[in-house]
Design a protein around this ligand. Structure first.
Ligand code: SF4
Length: 180
């Protein structure tokens, strides 16, 4: 069975995605690497929810806790309007490098199930990272299963985030000025 490293943005996107890739014949390991989530306590809440879920489902997880918001802000500095592109690249590049180091056959991300993400851009960045690292990026549009994924975690009463992750997204979510 081919080994798949699944970059994981949050537990609610993991639930359906894991089952989907297992159904395609892959042995799935989760990877947590999200320095884009601010502030730190929000990052920890989301990680704890994922760990609780992965224990309940006996899922393997690599939790990269080298939380480094400086790296995130350096990556997007001067590109704030296109920050998601830099953010995707930062996270997927890390996922691809870990996949390569640990001899996974392929990598992908749970972000592909979210209708709130820039889907086409995500696909493009995944393919760019695949070329940069020489490891295959698995693509499938899973957005139609987003509600099903969230439904699967609802019964577990796990923490649910209210914004994408970075300070900008939190500002856009809660402030009138941010939404302009
Ligand atoms: S909005 Fe989300 S995807 Fe875009 S930069 Fe912020 S955390 Fe990353």
């Amino acid at each position: 069975m081919a080994l798949l490293l699944l970059h994981t943005c949050c537990v609610h996107c993991v639930a359906y995605t894991v089952g989907y890739w297992r159904g395609q014949g892959f042995e799935v390991t989760l990877l947590w690497y999200n320095p884009n989530i601010h502030p730190y306590l929000e990052h920890q809440r989301r990680l704890e929810a994922l760990i609780t879920f992965s224990r309940s489902k006996s899922l393997l997880i690599i939790a990269d806790q080298s939380y480094d918001p400086v790296k995130f802000f350096q990556a997007i500095a001067g590109y704030e309007a296109e920050r998601c592109q830099k953010c995707f690249h930062l996270r997927l590049l890390r996922a691809a490098k870990i996949a390569k180091e640990k001899s996974f056959a392929v990598f992908t991300t749970t972000l592909l199930i979210s209708p709130h993400q820039k889907h086409q851009l995500l696909k493009e960045i995944g393919e760019i990272v695949a070329k940069e690292t020489g490891i295959t990026f698995l693509y499938h549009d899973l957005r139609r299963y987003y509600s099903e994924s969230r439904h699967q975690t609802k019964v577990l009463n796990l923490y649910r985030q209210q914004y994408c992750g970075c300070l900008y997204s939190e500002w856009e979510r809660y402030s009138k000025a941010g939404r302009k």
